[in-house]
Design a protein around this ligand. Structure first.
Ligand SMILES: C[S@@+](CC[C@H](N)C(=O)[O-])C[C@H]1O[C@@H](n2cnc3c(N)ncnc32)[C@H](O)[C@@H]1O
Length: 232
């Protein structure tokens, strides 16, 4: 993790402009992850899940869903939210590292790699290679490209907001975010970016045959997603 991004995610922040934004954000992600679950016996890991409000949709498509979160307060809230769902397990990173080899069918790392150092992401890929079954799938998504400006994120948010009935809240939210901790932390710590070839090579170095996915998970199509399968 670069600097204190986990501290940022664990505290109060205004990344979601209102409750509707947060709801449709997590609903879309859960819907798209659920669509990647190959069969009802699948074991799925959402690594860096955030609040994962709609993880029950993924659980409905799978036999077991692991939500791994580094931020302690986010993890506590997840555990409380899904206490009644026998298919969902909420864990800290060190607990995931203890899972037996070849346990998981699908691993999703969505909107996390930009907050990690390249070495941190490399270590995670090595862990995922160990945990994934030979026929399993790793999805690495929401990857920022080197030359895409922050304005692309703002435009994508406004389009998403317009389509989902929170456009005015989003314009106000973007203004507020400009003066918030997010931009202070983002300017100070930076975000890690990868070109398409660099990400494919990084996945390959960890033992995956990877390709860019036709579409990113979530609303921001200026960012990239990759499908990676263990080399045989
Ligand atoms: C931008 S949020 C993304 C949340 C969710 N995946 C989504 O797309 O809405 C990044 C999340 O990753 C978590 N995170 C960052 N580094 C992590 C790590 N090394 N292990 C587990 N979680 C991590 C943060 O605490 C935060 O909740």
């Amino acid at each position: 993790m670069i600097g204190d991004w986990v501290g940022f995610w664990d505290g109060p922040h205004f990344i979601y402009v209102n409750a509707r934004h947060k709801d449709v954000h997590y609903r879309l992600i859960a819907h798209e992850i659920a669509a990647l679950v190959a069969n009802p016996d699948a074991r799925v890991l959402d690594y860096g899940s955030g609040e994962a409000l709609h993880a029950a949709m993924i659980a409905d498509a799978a036999t077991e869903v692991w939500l791994c979160e580094a931020a302690p307060k986010v993890r506590e809230a997840l555990a409380a939210r899904f206490a009644g769902n026998g298919k969902i397990r909420v864990v800290a990173p060190h607990e995931i590292a203890r899972l037996p080899e070849r346990t998981l069918d699908l691993i999703v790392l969505h909107s996390v790699a930009q907050y990690l150092t390249p070495a941190g992401t490399g270590a995670l890929f090595a862990l995922f290679r160990r945990l994934l079954k030979p026929a399993g799938l790793l999805v690495v998504s929401d990857i920022l490209q080197p030359n895409v400006a922050a304005a692309a994120d703002a435009i994508a948010l406004l389009q998403f907001a317009k389509a989902n009935g929170f456009f005015f809240a989003a314009t106000w939210g973007l203004t507020r975010t400009l003066f918030s901790d997010y931009w202070r932390v983002r300017s100070r710590l930076g975000l890690t970016r990868y070109g398409e070839t660099a990400m494919i090579e990084k996945l390959s170095a960890a033992g995956f045959a990877a390709q860019r996915a036709p579409k990113n998970i979530g609303h921001n199509q200026a960012r990239m997603a990759f499908y990676a399968k263990p080399y045989r």
